[in-house]
Design a protein around this ligand. Structure first.
Ligand SMILES: [Zn+2]
Length: 569
């Protein structure tokens, strides 16, 4: 894709490209230096095709080796110098040669001038030929690669480059604009957009081509917010850049495409899912941003203490299924990760099959669904079961085969955590029956079903207290306790960008399945719901009212995102 540039400053000598030796050699070096055992290297090599990761990455993730040991071995393998970035100060004149978008995107940092026309550049992975190639062009001088530990490199980049980047408005002259000459601007633009989106806590970025410019919107707390538009002249280059990053067909402009890639921001890996859709005014780009390093623990999920007790009992069973349901973007996967994090005490074997891997959990064997090689949920699940782990996370059940294997596993000594794309807990039973699971097995195999939604959290700086009217109390099933009730309404201030809300809070509905009896076999969804409520289930809306009374969100927000089956009866 990248053509040789015509300008003189691009004509630089290529650095010697290190030979990528077989992975086994890296393993041998690590074993010889005592930084990993042969057993660990063998296991990591076996996991490689499943995890799509480098040997070193797996060894570090499993805590079998350290980033420094991997870097030293890589340096020896490639005949390059190892640079200890915790000891060496980098030369700002050298780092200044590389734009921060590039440094962050490629995890490369210029360390020092070896002579006037040669800069030593530290990278974590010297065998990545793409980086080497692009580095040469980006620097404009010769470079000599060195290897640094991935963690030290990330924090050096964080210290030396800052993430305050304005969208470039200095587009080159219109006449000499061709996609190629815009490539660098687009690289920075895309990295900068992702950086800004992550800083703003956005979950996705939308680039919508308009006749005169490209509209940019971030989704924050589930609501789209306008950003400064991008120059129309960067439109094609930005789409092309995303395609390159996501390994899509750059020439295809009429069919929708989707893919994914990873960028590093402030040393943290950010997974980006890209979707490209042709529209009348050009290609629309939607980037979904997933920060991997987010640390989760159950208390943060904000369940009521009674509900958390029931949930904890359900996930601490040695077997059975725990099903989390809700629409896309309701945080159902997050809940299961939080559960996994609790269970991940090093005593149990945990394996996952996901699409995609949204959070990295140390010590957990995580596998990603891969359509191109026919690695589906059901096939991945079968493979996992051969290793007989105690806990299995199945990212989503959406087909009959996966449903049946998952329930079978739950009944044969495994704890299975999974999600179903249904509106509420009661509908999950009907869905499992539709997916061909024997209704007789449901009561015995499902520990509990959690349904959830994300409500916007009221802004604490500007919320206004009020007393709900009789009518409002009736409409939300608020039971008057005699004393006056206080609720809050969203106002709007500078802190919350005048929306009245800031951040989000999860609302839950937790349905224990044991004890619901015959209704599970042939009852309608409404009948299952009634039985669960009669057995004491608090509905999503009840939980919303609880959070409204706690001053965390508003009745309006709860009404917006939850329905009430009782009102339909
Ligand atoms: Zn506010």
């Amino acid at each position: 894709m990248k053509q040789p540039r015509s300008a003189d400053r691009w004509v630089v000598e290529a650095p010697a490209i290190p030979q990528a030796s077989p992975a086994l050699r890296l393993g041998e070096l690590l074993v010889r230096a005592g930084h990993a055992t042969q057993e660990q290297v063998n296991q990591a090599l076996e996991l490689q095709p499943l995890l799509h990761k480098r040997l070193g990455e797996i060894l570090v993730e499993k805590r079998w080796s350290t980033p420094r040991a991997i870097a030293e071995a890589l340096a020896e393998q490639c005949g390059l110098e190892f640079v200890d970035l915790t000891q060496v100060a980098v030369d700002p004149r050298a780092t200044g040669l590389l734009q921060e978008g590039f440094a962050i995107g490629h995890q490369a940092v210029p360390v020092r001038f070896l002579d006037d026309n040669n800069v030593q550049v530290a990278v974590a992975d010297p065998t990545n030929l793409n980086t080497t190639d692009e580095l040469r062009l980006a620097l404009g001088v010769n470079c000599t690669l060195a290897v640094a530990a991935a963690d030290a490199l990330a924090s050096t980049i964080q210290r030396n480059y800052r993430l305050t980047i304005a969208v470039t408005d200095q587009a080159p002259e219109l006449d000499d604009v061709i996609d190629e000459s815009m490539a660098d601007g687009a690289l920075d633009l895309v990295n900068d957009l992702i950086g800004r989106a992550v800083n703003a806590g956005a979950s996705d970025i939308h680039l919508n081509p308009q006749p005169r410019d490209v509209m940019v919107r971030f989704r924050v707390d589930g609501v789209l917010r306008d950003q400064a538009p991008i120059d129309k002249r960067l439109q094609n280059a930005a789409a092309a850049r995303v395609k390159v990053m996501a390994q899509l067909d750059i020439a295809e402009k009429r069919m929708p495409q989707d893919g994914s890639f990873v960028v590093y921001i402030g040393g943290n890996a950010v997974d980006v899912r890209a979707a490209i859709l042709p529209t009348k005014h050009g290609e629309q780009v939607v980037l979904r941003v997933l920060q991997r390093e987010t640390k989760l623990e159950l208390p943060q999920l904000g369940m009521s203490p009674e509900m958390e007790n029931v949930f904890m009992r359900a996930i601490e069973q040695p077997h059975g299924a725990v099903i989390s349901c809700g629409p896309t973007g309701s945080g159902k996967t997050t809940t299961l990760y939080a559960a996994l994090d609790r269970l991940n005490d090093g005593l149990r074997a945990i394996a996952t099959i996901e699409d995609p891997v949204e959070y990295q959990l140390p010590g957990v064997m995580q596998t990603e669904v891969h359509a191109k090689i026919n690695l589906t949920f059901s096939r991945g699940l079968r493979t996992i079961l051969r290793a007989d782990p105690e806990v299995i996370l199945v990212g989503e059940i959406r087909d009959e085969e996966t449903a049946k294997i998952a329930i079978q596993a739950a009944m044969t000594g495994h704890l299975v955590l999974t999600t179903l794309h249904t509106n509420d807990a009661a509908s999950a039973i009907a869905r499992m029956r539709t997916l061909g699971v024997d209704p007789d097995l449901l009561a015995g195999s499902i520990n509990c079903i959690v349904s959830q939604r994300l409500a916007r959290r009221i802004c604490m700086h500007c919320r206004e207290a009020y007393e709900p009217s009789q009518e409002q109390q009736m409409s939300m099933n608020l039971i008057s306790t005699g004393s006056t009730l206080t609720l809050y309404r969203a106002a709007g201030c500078l802190q919350c960008g005048n929306t009245g809300y800031s951040g989000r809070v999860a609302l839950y509905e937790l349905m224990p399945v044991h004890g619901l009896g015959r209704v599970l076999l042939d009852g309608s969804t409404d009948e299952i719901f009634e039985a669960a409520v009669a057995a004491g289930m608090r509905t999503l809306r009840d939980d919303g009212v609880r959070q409204s009374l706690a001053g965390v969100t508003t009745l309006e927000e709860v009404r917006r995102i939850t329905g009430d089956r009782r009102l339909l009866a």
